[in-house]
Every structure is written in structure tokens, then in C-alpha cells.
Design a protein around this ligand. Structure first.
Ligand SMILES: Cc1ncc(C[n+]2csc(CCOP(=O)(O)OP(=O)(O)O)c2C)c(N)n1
Ligand SMILES: [Mg+2]
Length: 320
């Protein structure tokens, strides 16, 4: 268990559960037509956000993606305000004007999600440059998908961060698909981590459904970044449980493949491990599960009861 305290392990389990239950609720609310715009759910990938963010400090930064609710929650954003934003309410992080794909919370280092695939990569390099110029020991972690790793921004951002030894952790969430396109149709390599060698930085591929494996890789990358030794590319092999977005039934995925990944559920696996090796009891875990569920319910209630922004506010906070 990597010498982690019981409190830290509980915190990791709690966060993974909160993300899972939160996303399941978002799906329900979407089906009830309460979500304006689209949604990209993070269910199945919880171990990546939680493993990485558990290795970060509050003053470290992250950049997120279109599939970003889990990243924001793992970094410490408030469930209530994330949910309110998704529902387009005034109490949300962007006062209801950004929606699911534009959540930011500078107070906990969430520099922002973006709908533009790969756009967070150079932004994270920029955050790394800012850290270097300000001479602090912060780091910036950058989440992006396998699809994004085929964008020019991947090359530009990682190359620059490598040359300038910027304190950035590049986290590729390889869930095998970019929309309906399978990785093997658009890449001649299996491990995206291998691309690190082109930039002269370490690249590691880890089991992205094992929160402790992700955490361990992130701790190493963070240490290296804080020491001024530059960036690391971590590829987390994972799988999204639902379709790409909204009501995509994901029929392009073979049934056996889906079943094999469901059997590797990151939350169930971590639960079993906690029971077997961390002296946590089933009753303790059930209490955490009830608390997480109550917290998500509270966020839903808050979001539903919050007002929509007034039409007169439409142009406020839009131009600087
Ligand atoms: C620059 C750009 N190109 C295309 C799109 C359309 N698009 C949205 S999500 C997506 C797939 C992204 O795949 P990946 O990076 O693997 O992330 P995942 O959805 O699997 O989390 C695409 C092509 C976009 N939003 N931005
Ligand atoms: Mg993908």
C-alpha cells in the first residue's frame, strides 16, 4: 500500500466513489432533460484523476478536458458548484454560462477544462513556464486522451516543456477510443508512453484502473518536476464505461472487450484491496459509500434549486 496512511487511502476511495456517483447522477439528469448542452462521462476512469491528484498539492495546477468532471472533483472542486454549472445555474463555477466542458476553479488549481481536444497540453506547458519564472516549487499536471496525443499540440507542448525542463506531468488517459475510432486504426504503436523518447523525457505506461499504480507513477513524476528535472509522460491504460458523449450507445466496441474492462473496475478493485491489506472493514467502507452518496444527492439538490442566470447577465464576465 506504498506506506500510505489509512486516512489517505480512505480519501482516495472516497473521491473515486464521489466521481462515480456524481457521473451516474449527471447521466440521470441528462435523461430528464435537465442538462443543457452535451456531457462526456468519466465513469471507469476514476483511478486516473484520483491517483494523479492525490500526488499533488492544493497549489499545484491541472488542466482538464471535455471529459473533465472527475479531474475537477479529484483536485478539490466543490461537487455542488460543478453540478450547478452542468445544469447551467448561476451558482455554478462559470455562473452557468460555461457548462460541462468549461469548469475552472483557480482556488484549488483547476486552470480549466476545454472542449478543444489537445488544447490543455500547451496551456499546462505555459503554467509550467509561469512556475519556473516565479521560482516556486509547484507543478502542473495535464490530462488528455489517446486521441489528443495525435494532435500537433501534443508535440508542441511536450517538446517545449522538455527543452525548458518545465515542471509538468503529462497524463495520457488511453481509453482506447477517440469518439468511435479505435486506437489501432490511427496509431502504429501500442504504448503512447513510447512517444516520450522523441522528446528526451521519461515515459511510463501504467494500469490506469489501479489507483495505487497511477499514484506511484505520479509521485515519481512530481518529485522529478519539483527538483527542476523536467516533465514526464504517464500513459494510463483505462476504459470509459459509457459511450463517447450523451446517448452514444458505443456499439463499435466488442461486447467481450467491454466485459473484460468491467471486470477490472477501478473502484471494486481498490475496495477489495482495502479490505484485504489496509485493515479497513466492510462497515467502514459502507459508511464512506453512504457519505459519498449523500454528498452527491446534496449537490443535485443544490443545483436543481439554484436559479438560472438572468438574461441581462448574458454578457457579464464574457469579455475581459
Ligand atoms: C480540435 C478538436 N478536434 C476534434 C474535436 C471533436 N472531438 C471531441 S472529443 C474527440 C475525441 C477525443 O478523444 P480522446 O482524446 O481519446 O479523449 P476521450 O474522449 O477518449 O476522453 C473529438 C475528436 C474537438 N472537440 N476538438
Ligand atoms: Mg480516448
Amino acid at each position: 500500500m506504498l506506506n500510505l496512511t489509512k486516512e489517505k487511502l480512505i480519501e482516495m476511495y472516497r473521491k473515486m466513489l464521489e466521481i462515480r456517483l456524481f457521473e451516474e447522477k449527471v447521466f440521470e439528469l441528462y435523461a430528464q432533460n435537465l442538462v443543457p448542452g452535451t456531457i462526456h462521462l468519466y465513469t471507469g476512469q476514476e483511478a486516473v484523476a484520483v491517483g494523479v491528484c492525490s500526488a499533488l498539492r492544493k497549489d499545484d495546477y491541472i488542466t482538464s478536458t471535455h471529459r473533465g468532471h472527475g479531474h475537477c472533483i479529484a483536485k478539490g472542486a466543490e461537487l455542488k458548484r460543478v453540478m450547478a454549472e452542468i445544469l447551467g445555474k448561476r451558482t455554478g463555477y462559470c455562473k452557468g454560462k460555461g457548462g460541462s466542458m468549461h469548469i475552472a476553479d483557480f482556488s484549488v488549481g483547476v486552470l480549466g477544462a476545454t472542449a478543444v481536444v489537445g488544447a490543455g497540453i500547451p496551456i499546462a506547458a505555459g503554467a509550467g513556464l509561469s512556475i519556473k519564472l516565479r521560482r516556486t516549487d509547484q507543478v502542473a499536471a495535464c490530462f488528455f486522451g489517446d486521441g489528443a496525443s495525435n494532435q500537433g499540440t501534443f508535440h508542441e507542448g511536450i517538446n517545449m516543456a522538455a527543452v525548458w525542463k518545465l515542471p509538468v506531468i503529462f497524463v495520457c488517459e488511453n481509453n482506447l477510443y477517440a469518439m468511435g475510432t479505435r486506437q489501432s486504426l490511427v496509431m502504429a504503436i501500442e504504448n503512447i508512453a513510447d512517444r516520450a523518447s522523441a522528446y528526451g523525457i521519461p515515459g511510463v505506461a501504467v494500469d490506469g484502473n489501479d489507483v495505487l499504480a497511477v499514484y506511484e507513477a505520479a509521485v515519481k513524476a512530481v518529485e522529478r518536476a519539483r527538483k527542476g528535472e523536467g516533465p514526464t509522460l504517464i500513459e494510463c491504460k483505462t476504459y470509459r464505461y459509457r459511450g463517447h458523449s450523451r446517448v452514444d450507445p458505443a456499439r463499435y466496441r466488442p461486447k467481450e472487450e467491454v466485459e473484460a474492462w468491467l471486470a477490472k473496475d477501478p473502484i471494486k478493485r481498490f475496495r477489495e484491496r482495502l479490505l484485504q491489506t489496509a485493515s479497513l472493514t466492510d462497515a467502514e467502507l459502507r459508511q464512506i459509500e453512504e457519505e459519498a452518496s449523500a454528498k452527491v444527492e446534496e449537490a443535485v439538490k443544490f443545483a436543481i434549486e439554484s436559479p438560472h442566470p438572468a438574461p441581462e447577465e448574458a454578457l457579464e464576465d464574457v469579455y475581459a
